[in-house]
Design a protein around this ligand. Structure first.
Ligand SMILES: C[S@@+](CC[C@H](N)C(=O)[O-])C[C@H]1O[C@@H](n2cnc3c(N)ncnc32)[C@H](O)[C@@H]1O
Length: 198
């Protein structure tokens, strides 16, 4: 058996995220996941939302990470993972109906976050949703001391990383044609943002 990487955070948040995704992605379609990581989310969402086809993807540096979980699950509604760096000029995607990404905006540099929002907007059909999960700041302020400590640890690891501010995200998204439809409070000082292609 292949050794599987494991994310405890995914185990902790996958059910609460699923409850929101089941409402947002309520019709059949292909959902692109950006920054799939271990694949635990992909399996949980694809197995519980069988009307969807899940399209995992990740940066070239992590392209094999999800394979052990996906191979073991063998789900019919998960496509072969794509290699996708959001900063690539061309994403080389099949047609998609929605986008999901978790815990990526604070790992990507700010230019990559902008590329993710712009790329998602460019590939979504009108009315398509982009669900972005993670910690975010409001009016330049952290929502908890644990998020502040997390941000400091990220910036120590790599100064380009860090928790993003909603005002900055809203500016880029509105310029790209994405309207913020919902901002759900989630456990552990996280949010689920739902943008819709206008
Ligand atoms: C903290 S992990 C989150 C993984 C998974 N979504 C989760 O919630 O456990 C961040 C992910 O973002 C991906 N990532 C970072 N930079 C990226 C980029 N430029 N394009 C696409 N994915 C990127 C990493 O490869 C990694 O899979």
């Amino acid at each position: 058996m292949e050794r599987k990487p494991f994310s405890q955070a995914c185990e902790n948040n996958k059910q609460v995220i699923l409850e929101k995704l089941s409402v947002v992605f309520d019709g059949p379609g292909v959902i692109l996941e950006i920054g799939t990581g271990t694949g635990q989310h992909a399996i949980h969402f694809a197995s519980n939302l069988p009307h969807l086809t899940w399209q995992p993807s990740d940066h070239p540096s992590n392209q094999d990470l999800c394979k052990p979980w996906l191979n073991e699950a063998g789900l019919q509604n998960i496509n072969t993972p794509l290699v996708l760096d959001v900063s690539a000029r061309d994403w080389h995607l099949p047609p998609i109906n929605g986008v999901f990404s978790a815990n990526t905006a604070h790992i990507m540099s700010w230019p990559e976050v902008k590329a993710m929002l712009r790329g998602a907007a460019a590939h979504l059909p009108k009315g398509g949703a982009f669900c972005l999960y993670g910690p975010f700041n409001y009016d330049g302020k952290f929502t908890s001391s644990s998020n502040q400590q997390f941000d400091a640890s990220l910036r120590q690891r790599n100064p380009a990383m860090g928790i993003r501010d909603m005002d900055d995200l809203k500016q880029i998204s509105s310029e790209s044609g994405l309207a913020l439809e919902s901002d759900f409070e989630m456990p552990a000082n996280n949010r689920l943002l739902v943008w819709r292609r206008s």
